[in-house]
Design a protein around this ligand. Structure first.
Ligand code: AMP
Ligand code: MG
Length: 504
């Protein structure tokens, strides 16, 4: 069975068969770029009746959906069984580097774009059936990975980290073959744009320079208009664009590192041109702090280990620079446009760490001071999230022992805490003010692997209350949420044996 044999006929403008009116108004957006950028096709209906697994009201508001939007029509439409009226769906083509190797053409192999609405948000169904870009894949996504993507998209947003969003996840009993037989699910994702570095690499690698320019012009005009006005790089808008993407990516990496987020598959086709976190697969929030932690079971060499992320992002930006070179026109200018990454990442990271530490003003020696702490945490693999939360409460008046007790050998942390007290003494803010700021910088709740896993196990029994409860605390992760302490505790022993790979 070739993927193309599975394609439905291209959608005609007049085709209203099987559509439902959700009140969404569609605009041409990306699709105006023309047929070289995508293939029009409909999602393939799931074989078994769909059911709601979870949905996000904040995401629904982004689309301007009414309070009672979760109708039967919406359920069918966001599963891909019927089309919202006016939608002309398509799958886009891109290429990319996977695990450091050129992979050639990839593309939306299991995501189908319903289009862009007049709110400026693109709506995409992930897991909605095969496309011409599915290669050997079945175009489907399983329940477990869809729940993880749904929860994490909304959790990252609540943490203040740029990300694609998730409107809802629906499931069905339709079987999907992975290592074992699982069931199918669809995530309705939202983003201002789902364009990846790999979209640019695709047209550059195929020497389709006119389309490369068309794509770059579209992205600059829509999302980086300042690049048109710039005097940087002699007014070279493409170089300015590369610099802007590089700086947004640097800022994103600083946020990932500070919250302890491991992406797991930082291939260039999983890098957003808008600097968003995109494509939640084998991601993980650190439990114990291990800089070399590898969250992707398929990544045996640790290319995408936690401490590699900032360097890998820079490597990926080089691929983007290479792709943009025909437009930038000068290799030295392209290299120069990447230069600021080396200063923006450290300065963003240091400012995130200062916020976590409740320090308002930078000071000489801060980098070494932070490194001393990271060494102490790494030596004992101290829980990243709990450490920071306890430190915040300690600054607010709780006993030092709540922090010290996280360590078996207290000497290094005691020395560091003494230096920290001295460092804080020079600050203008009071301890109470500092603690309040720290509690807004250090979340109490993150989507740890074992929490996701427990919600998934429940969902497999058709009980979605665990998904909803997790979602509710993750929607305001800096709040205390009394009664939900079990979601803020240490991971159980079995958490370290959870294996998450690319197969999902
Ligand atoms: P990922 O690294 O998971 O973002 O996926 C890499 C590429 O494989 C993308 O082109 C995906 O669309 C495609 N892909 C992943 N899983 C499937 C699947 N089950 N069916 C079709 N294509 C897939
Ligand atoms: Mg991907």
């Amino acid at each position: 069975m070739t993927p193309t044999s599975l394609l439905a006929a291209p959608l005609e403008d007049t085709d209203t068969e099987g559509t439902v009116d959700l009140g969404l108004r569609w605009t041409p957006g990306f699709s105006a770029l023309g047929p070289g950028f995508y293939t029009r096709l409909r999602p393939t209906p799931l074989g078994a009746p769909p059911y709601w697994v979870g949905s996000s009201e904040p995401a629904a508001r982004l689309l301007g959906l009414p309070a009672d939007w979760r109708s039967e029509d919406a359920l069918q439409a966001f599963t891909g069984n019927v089309l919202p009226s006016g939608s002309q769906p398509y799958a886009t083509v891109y290429s990319g580097h996977q695990f450091g190797v050129w992979a050639g053409q990839l593309g939306d192999g299991r995501a189908i774009m319903l289009g862009e609405t007049d709110t400026g948000w693109e709506v995409q169904l992930k897991g909605s059936g095969p496309t011409p870009y599915s290669r050997m894949g079945d175009g489907r996504a399983v329940l477990r990975s869809s729940i993880r993507e749904f929860l994490c998209s909304e959790a990252m947003h609540a943490l203040g980290i740029p990300t694609t969003r998730a409107l809802c996840v629906t499931g069905s009993d339709s079987p999907v073959r992975r290592e074992e037989i699982e069931t199918a699910a669809v995530v309705a994702r939202l983003a201002p744009s789902f364009i990846r570095f790999g979209h640019f690499e695709h047209f550059a690698a195929n020497e389709r320079i006119d389309e490369l320019r068309q794509l770059a012009d579209y992205v600059i005009d829509r999302y980086y208009p300042d690049c048109r006005e710039t005097s940087l790089f002699g007014g070279n808008a493409y170089a300015a664009f590369l610099q802007s993407v590089s700086e947004r990516t640097a800022a994103l990496m600083a946020q990932w590192q500070a919250v302890g987020f491991c992406h797991g598959v930082m291939n260039t086709d999983n890098m957003s041109i808008l600097g968003l976190t995109i494509d939640y697969g084998p991601f993980q929030f650190l439990d114990g702090f291990d800089p070399r932690h590898i969250c992707n079971h398929s990544d045996s060499a640790g290319r995408y280990a936690y401490n590699q992320q900032p360097n890998v992002a820079y490597w990926n930006l080089f691929c983007l620079a290479q792709a943009l070179l025909p437009l930038i026109g000068d290799q030295q200018v392209a290299v120069a446009a990447l230069e600021s990454y080396k200063t923006v990442f450290p300065s963003e990271f240091e400012s995130r760490m200062r916020a976590k530490l409740g320090l308002q003003q930078p000071a000489e020696g801060d980098r070494e001071f932070v490194n001393d702490l990271l060494r102490a945490l790494a030596t004992e693999k101290v829980d990243w999230t709990i450490f920071w939360r306890r430190l915040s409460h300690h600054v607010g008046g709780e006993a030092e022992s709540t922090v010290r007790d996280l360590f078996i050998d207290p000497a290094p942390i005691e020395a560091w805490l003494a230096a920290y007290a001295a460092r804080r003494a020079g600050q203008s803010a009071s301890a109470q003010e500092a603690a309040a700021g720290m509690l807004r910088a250090n979340p109490k709740f993150v989507l740890r692997n074992h929490l996701g896993q427990m919600a998934i196990d429940q969902a497999r029994q058709k009980d979605f209350s665990g998904v909803a409860r997790l979602q509710a605390v993750l929607e305001s992760p800096f709040e205390e949420h009394p009664g939900h302490e079990d979601l803020a505790g240490f991971p159980p022993d079995w958490a370290s044996s959870i294996e998450i790979s690319c197969s999902s």
